[in-house]
Design a protein around this ligand. Structure first.
Ligand SMILES: Nc1ncnc2c1ncn2[C@@H]1O[C@H](COP(=O)(O)OP(=O)(O)OP(=O)(O)O)[C@@H](O)[C@H]1O
Ligand SMILES: [Mg+2]
Length: 265
């Protein structure tokens, strides 16, 4: 299996501090990773590297076979191969565009600029992705008027539009109510199990948000890797407790996960 992402000794240093500290990590084709870690651990920074928008201060990052910062790598060719759905993207998108336009513009590598020249085939694809995310009834709604959950689902549909080889999701379920979370986990699970779906890396704060079909977990704390490997092996009470710095018990219930703190004694 070839590498989707290969980080070797990657550090990101800002103001003398390592936000990501000597991280070596590889994601192979067919794997779907969850990144867990406390606030400020460096999760979003790692995703920014994986999306090719941030270069490591030290070490090498190879994404879909292209090594960042080397003469043979053109990030403008690389970026359409990567789908990114995160809050930073939501802020860049015009609020007055409709949901359909918001997804459709992704096919043209733009965040704005609705034109009349969009191909029918692209519109059909945009509609199909929105349908898959349960957004068919919102096609003509302005992006800026959507609820948090609706916006997140639109962003995922948008990230899928370029048919990416790698899909990056930064806290896709944050801010959703219980029904919204369960709905999204179900949809992500369906996507994760789809053999032609892209490789996925999802950042989350809650093990309850890990959809069936995800295979691996990376735990980070203060920029350093604490555990990395198959969920069944690494998502243990011990690792999770070390990661978040408090005693936690993690359990697998069916094909889902749950975690809670140990009662105080
Ligand atoms: N440009 C920057 N300059 C200095 N510090 C930064 C910069 N960008 C991020 N940081 C810091 O780096 C650390 C890691 O940030 P990051 O956004 O990757 O954390 P995170 O794990 O995604 O956290 P959260 O769970 O809160 O989203 C944080 O302490 C943040 O304040
Ligand atoms: Mg973050």
């Amino acid at each position: 299996m070839s590498d989707v992402l290969e980080l070797q000794d990657v550090s990101v240093v800002r103001e003398g501090r390592a936000l990501v500290d000597q991280v070596s990590w590889s994601v192979k084709e067919g794997e779907r990773w969850v990144i867990l870690g406390p606030n400020g651990a460096g999760k979003t920074t790692l995703l920014n590297i994986a999306s090719s928008y941030l270069y490591p201060s030290k070490g090498t990052a190879t994404i879909l076979g292209e090594t960042l910062g080397t003469p043979g790598t053109d990030v403008f060719e690389l970026r359409p191969r990567i789908g990114m759905a995160g809050l930073a993207m939501a802020d860049k998108l015009p609020k007055k565009q409709t949901v359909l336009q918001t997804v459709l513009t992704a096919a043209y590598g733009m965040t704005a600029g609705w034109q009349e020249e969009y191909e029918d085939i692209d519109e059909q694809r945009a509609r199909a992705f929105l349908d898959r995310l349960g957004m068919s009834e919102y096609l003509d709604r302005k992006f800026g008027t959507l609820s948090e959950g609706e916006r997140k689902r639109t962003l995922i549909a948008r990230a899928l539009m370029t048919d990416p080889e790698l899909l990056l999701l930064d806290e896709p379920a944050a801010g959703l109510d219980l029904g919204g979370r369960e709905d999204l986990v179900r949809r992500l699970g369906r996507l994760a199990r789809d053999p032609i779906a892209p490789s996925m890396i999802m950042v989350t704060h809650h093990v309850e948000e890990i959809a069936p079909g995800f295979t691996h977990v990376l735990m980070i704390r203060q920029g350093k890797i604490l555990a990395a490997g198959p969920l069944e092996l690494e998502l243990t009470s011990r690792n999770l407790s070390l990661c978040f710095g408090l005693p936690l018990v993690v359990e697998q219930v069916g094909d889902r996960w749950t975690a809670q703190g140990l009662p105080m004694v």
